[in-house]
Ligand binder design. Structure first.
Ligand code: BGC
Length: 386
């Protein structure tokens, strides 16, 4: 990282750095022609996020933009429409238009190598945001949630929903066997592996002792992955699983679903097949499902006993952490991290900051999501089933 800060005179005071918002001599308009640090208003930050298909990235984008603009930086926020060439092109453009720092959530962790090399050649610091940039020594810091813990929490919630565990983590009274299916995220997204491995770290013991049975036998991430975490693709796979493994046969009791969009796809398929939250109209009991992101559409489903749980990842906190990392990097300081071991991207272990997560069930929607101001009560209530 040293190379990025060679312009910062050792004698420069912290106060003047803060005022100046030093751009570290990036390619952009931020670095003065004589190498002097740029004012925040002349500092450009390129932010590249996966897509606007999912609510969570829209929330992330607004929080990041707002935080950076509050400091006075110029922000170029782009969404890549879940398309790798689009993301590559957008990042190329950010660099040629003079970005002083890049904040990237890559669609494919390995696909931005030429862009990263170009950025590094121009001394542009790089923050890997939520998703991990792989095979590059040019990433300065990774800010994310603890994705392994997200998966472990989803699996724990599945077991709680089935009654195998109690909410306090103690063994519950239900012994099974319960028929379940597994879904994973997108294979090109490093987070999908962490989430899946976290889930299996909890479930394996119950699969081994026969409490849980994966009826389809599909138990590897490569078999259960969902391209682009697509709701539609998840719905299609669930349709196929129901036809192949459950027609006229065993009941399905639970589905480990890795995020809210996948969960909603699975739930649509289940509803079409006659599974429902209430048994009043002869519906089959809705299997236990899980999620992450606490997207408002899924929070309503949790409130209505359709989706069992989700995991709240407070994007306000993640965005604030990224903004503070950007400020630090531009000032030539080491950003705050709390994990220097777990995230090896193939070229280096990237110093990381992992933001805590929180499980969400029907009974803590109010305290965790509404009282904290993440959603208004009206947003959560609008259009609910009941
Ligand atoms: C994120 C999740 C998100 C998923 C799909 C993952 O990388 O960590 O929060 O649901 O991508 O966009």
């Amino acid at each position: 990282m040293q190379k990025k800060f060679f312009l910062i005179a050792a004698t420069t005071t912290a106060a003047s750095l803060l005022l100046a918002g030093c751009a570290g001599g990036g390619a952009g308009s931020g670095g003065g022609s004589n190498g002097s640090p740029a004012a925040p208003k002349d500092t450009r930050i390129g932010v590249s996020l996966p897509s606007q298909d999912e609510e969570r990235w829209i929330t992330d984008g607004s929080a990041i933009k707002e935080g950076l603009e509050k400091i006075g930086y110029q922000v170029d926020l782009q969404y890549a429409n879940n398309d790798i060439p689009t993301q590559q092109q957008q990042v190329d453009q950010m660099i040629t238009q003079g970005a002083d720092l890049l904040l990237l959530a890559p669609l494919d962790g390995t696909a931005l190598t030429p862009q990263l090399q170009a950025a590094a050649g121009s001394n542009i610091p790089i923050i890997s945001y939520d998703r991990f940039v792989r095979n590059s020594a040019d990433v300065d810091v990774y800010v994310t949630f603890d994705n392994f813990k997200v998966g472990a929490q989803q699996a724990t919630s599945l077991l709680i929903g089935l009654g195998v565990l109690n909410k306090d983590g103690s063994e519950g009274s239900a012994k099974g066997p319960f028929n379940i299916e597994l879904f994973g995220g997108s294979l090109d997204d490093n987070n999908a592996t962490f989430v899946f491995n976290g889930g299996m770290s909890v479930l394996q013991k119950y699969i081994d002792n026969g409490t849980l049975v994966i009826t389809s036998g599909q138990n590897k991430l490569a078999q259960v992955a969902t391209e682009n975490w697509s709701q539609q693709k998840a719905q299609e796979r669930m349709d196929n699983l129901l036809t192949a493994s459950y027609t006229g046969g065993p009941a399905l009791h639970g589905v480990l679903t890795p995020n809210d969009s996948v969960a909603r796809g699975v739930i649509t398929s289940l509803r079409n097949a006659g599974y429902g939250p209430t048994l009043t109209s002869g519906q089959k009991p809705m299997p236990v499902t899980t999620g992450q992101d606490a997207e408002v559409a899924s929070v309503k489903l949790v409130n209505d006993d359709v989706q069992f749980s989700t995991v709240f990842k407070d994007t306000r906190t993640l965005a604030a952490q990224a903004v503070s990392a950007a400020e630090d990097l531009l000032a030539g300081k080491e950003p705050q991290v709390n994990d220097t071991k777990s995230y090896d991207n193939g070229s280096k272990i990237v110093p990381s900051f992992l933001v805590p997560i929180q499980p969400i069930y029907k009974d803590n929607i109010k305290t965790a999501l509404i009282d904290s101001g993440y959603y208004t009560a009206a947003e959560v209530e609008a259009g609910r089933l009941q």
